[in-house]
Ligand binder design. Structure first.
Ligand SMILES: [Zn+2]
Length: 122
């Protein structure tokens, strides 16, 4: 099962329609996370995707959060299996960056915003 645009948008595009730039980000993000999903080959559940405007504020997100621009996804991670499996090589292969796992205890945050290190601190 692929990760769908509906899972990432969470119907929030109704209140905050996607601009062409956001559409392009979403396409890139879907390609990257579905590469990850195919390599992992186990179910992955989106806990947070597109967070425009008040959705990001309500979630306590950073002001420049990549969730606001369709560049990030969080996956439920209660048991730590996904974090135990994922590596810098896998992130590189998928074109993803991961937030420091110690800062994301019950979820895994990955995004497509390039940074110096594949695993970054918030
Ligand atoms: Zn996140």
């Amino acid at each position: 099962m692929s990760i769908s645009r509906e899972e990432i948008l969470m119907n929030r595009q109704i209140e905050y329609p996607l601009t062409p730039d956001l559409e392009a980000n979403l396409e890139t993000l879907l390609t990257a996370v579905n590469k990850l999903r195919a390599l992992y080959n186990q179910p992955m559940y989106v806990s947070s995707g597109y967070r425009p405007g008040h959705f990001n504020t309500d979630a306590g997100g950073a002001q420049n959060s990549p969730h606001k621009t369709c560049q990030a996804v969080d996956f439920h991670e209660a048991d730590g299996k996904l974090k135990a499996w994922i590596t810098v090589d896998i992130l590189e292969e998928c074109g993803l960056w991961q937030e420091d796992p110690k800062s994301t205890v019950t979820w895994l945050h990955v995004d497509i915003r390039p940074r110096a290190n594949r695993i970054f601190f918030p």
